[in-house]
Design a protein around this ligand. Structure first.
Ligand SMILES: CC(C)(COP(=O)(O)OP(=O)(O)OC[C@H]1O[C@@H](n2cnc3c(N)ncnc32)[C@H](O)[C@@H]1OP(=O)(O)O)[C@@H](O)C(=O)NCCC(=O)NCCS
Length: 169
């Protein structure tokens, strides 16, 4: 399988925030944002591996700023690292000012997707070669985050989490 780059998987979803998607403060409901981020990540993962993909874990989400009703919301998702059957997807969320068009980052998240066959069993995915400085930084940290996610899910013994342990030595 030929290696791919993060930009091969770039997925950009732009949409409005409508009244049915908001909380009592007239800001976007968190679960709605998570669903949109999950959809964008899913498309990015599929673009990378060209297989069926499923969400294995949501590793991190930071709701840094509220997203007001009527906002134009842009979600950018890209595969940051591919392992054997799993892929880490980085998601950046922006809103834009109505008058200036200037973009402000309001949220980010990190998802893990796994490529599976028709019976739901994991299959191998192509490798990825990061190009930009940010892509390289995200690629480097991905193994640490994978180990943390596996430890939290009870799927890895913390003693085997070498990358995590290295943070404290
Ligand atoms: C995701 C799923 C396919 C993993 O199956 P599994 O039996 O754990 O398979 P494996 O142990 O071989 O793991 C497969 C890969 O997923 C990774 N993985 C599994 N759970 C993970 C987690 N919580 N965090 C990060 N990575 C995880 C493994 O590290 C492995 O990665 P690698 O092959 O790149 O090294 C399976 O758990 C599943 O189908 N879950 C339901 C998915 C779903 O329905 N999602 C939508 C939710 S509504």
């Amino acid at each position: 399988m030929a290696a791919r780059t993060p930009k091969d998987s770039l997925t950009i979803l732009t949409d409005l925030v409508l009244p049915a998607e908001t909380n009592p403060l007239d800001n976007l409901f968190g679960g709605e944002l998570l669903a949109r981020m999950d959809r964008a990540s899913s498309i990015a993962a599929r673009r990378h591996c060209k297989r069926i993909v499923v969400t294995a874990s949501v590793n991190h989400v930071a709701f840094s700023k509220a997203v007001p009703l009527g906002s134009v919301l842009t979600i950018e998702a890209k595969v940051s690292r591919a392992f054997s059957s799993s892929m880490e997807i980085f998601v950046d969320v922006w809103i834009e000012d109505r008058e200036s068009g200037e973009k402000e980052k309001v949220n980010e998240g990190i998802y893990t997707f796994v490529a599976v066959n028709e019976t739901g069993n994991p299959v191998k995915v192509p490798a990825i070669v990061p190009e930009t400085e940010l892509e390289k930084e995200r690629y480097e940290g991905a193994l640490r985050r994978k180990q943390l996610s596996l430890v939290l899910a009870g799927k890895m013994d913390p003693h085997e989490a070498t990358e995590l342990k290295a943070l404290f030595t």
